[in-house]
Design a protein around this ligand. Sequence first.
Ligand SMILES: Nc1nc2c(ncn2[C@@H]2O[C@@H]3COP(=O)(O)O[C@H]4[C@@H](O)[C@H](n5cnc6c(=O)[nH]c(N)nc65)O[C@@H]4COP(=O)(O)O[C@H]3[C@H]2O)c(=O)[nH]1
Length: 527
Amino acid sequence: MLATEKPRHDLRWLVAAGLIPILLCLLFTLLEAGQMVKRQLAVTSSMLMSQAENISDRARVMTASLQEYKNHRCADIKDELQEYGSMHPYFRSVGLIENGNVICSSTFGERQDSIEDIIRRPLPPEHKDLWSLSVAGTSGVNNRPAVLFMHEDRDGFASYALVDGQYFIDFIWAAGMRHDYDISMKFGDGFAMFSGVPATRQSDKQWGNHTLNTHSDRYAITLNVTSSRSELLYNWRQVLLSLMPMALILSLLFVALTSNWLKRKSSFRDEIRRGIERSEFSVHYQPVFNLQTQKFSGAEALMRWQRPDGHWVRPDVFISAAESEGMIVPLTRYLLQRVIQDSAQWQLEPGFHLSVNLAAEHLQHDEFMSDIRAFAAGMDHLKPTITLELTERSLIGEDRMVSQRLAELRREGIIIAIDDFGTGHCALSYLQTFPLDYLKIDRGFVNTIESVDGETPVLDAIISLADKLALKVVAEGVENEMQLRYLQNHGVSFIQGYYFARPMESAVLSEWLQEHNGSVPQEPTTR
Ligand SMILES: Nc1nc2c(ncn2[C@@H]2O[C@@H]3COP(=O)(O)O[C@H]4[C@@H](O)[C@H](n5cnc6c(=O)[nH]c(N)nc65)O[C@@H]4COP(=O)(O)O[C@H]3[C@H]2O)c(=O)[nH]1
């Protein structure tokens, strides 16, 4: 049944249901795009680094070969040096150095220039035997970077190779162009060679930029690769295009499910309200047998709901719906009224225990006390002992107000029972804090009884706990004689279950009790 008016917060639920998959998709794809950019950066870095290491390997071999010319006169070796310099790729010049001065080079032959003059900067203060340094230019080619590779020995003799920086710039430029990366590479603490114009470089701190810094394991090479925001956005768009259709389908599905849920939710609320107005709810009563007096000394009131189409709604379904839809208090008030009406036809012994179930929310309600007192007043003509059955959940938090209310009602002769004991998830401390009289063992525990002489540790523990706390015990859901005997042997006095009686209509309760009290049935009833 459709709710006639759709509250505004229902619309919020629908909007949230529609947006959540889309927002999650946006977030997930953004994260995935970030990961893709990082993976691409790593691939590019590794490719560039191995290229740079490859050229460094060649320079190292070159400088090692030149070591054999130590103590040779330049005039004797300059042709060979020239051949080295021109026959091998990458090298701008190679040569030999003594005490910081170039004594022979492949380009100029014999000369006496200091190496610092050639690279136009001081040498690094500390260096190993084999080292390298990138420089902005050399005295011969001052507008193009170069990388100096040195192989020094302890006598002040060194061989060197100058690699033209254009090789490095070319391959970092090619890699950078493909992904719009900014790449810089430097050797030692030297000049950083860039893939583009330094002035146009993106700031590393900009949103969407990713930077990867790597160092070679074998050479003093530092590589810095920064991707731009546009790279991230490009990847994001690619992932979004593949995942967004699924997110849209999910979004529609969520909206449909939420709308369905809202319909059911609001229709349940309306239907319970209408059910109360149309008296669709009724009360059935399940007698409780007292093993000590061998009489049915009480009955539990259990709500029933029959829809106009004849369909019975299960109590656990409509009770929990009423609780979550804020309808449990009106529904319980209706039940209390119905019990008073039903009782007009009954004849009961004074003190007969009549128990009703109460929800946690009702205990907190402002009119709880007046509701119960009005019920007690309405039942006064039969002088029953009214029992309030509360679930463990009702007592969570050890609410002082609830405790005081229950204590007050007890003083007025009302009995408090804890229902479905052991099935809630709450601390046992409430057993001491709250004023209680009865403990009802859930039928789940009764079901664990396998033989009259067997052991059911949890059930036994519950019975002995109740005994220690001086609480009377009612066992629910007793269906056979074996369970009955077991409970009797363990000192349980009150038995409720199909073995004795199923919940019955009000019209038959009084007669049934008269018929059975005093002559307890030996066989289970078939009602
Ligand atoms: N298998 C089996 N079941 C047995 C046997 N003997 C009794 N029962 C069932 O066990 C349930 C006992 O009620 P409950 O533990 O208070 O559990 C109740 C109670 O928590 C709730 N409920 C019912 N009426 C009301 C009510 O008026 N107000 C509130 N707040 N809750 C109610 O719904 C639950 C289910 O009620 P029902 O379906 O009537 O189910 C009843 C009863 O029909 C047996 O031998 N075997």
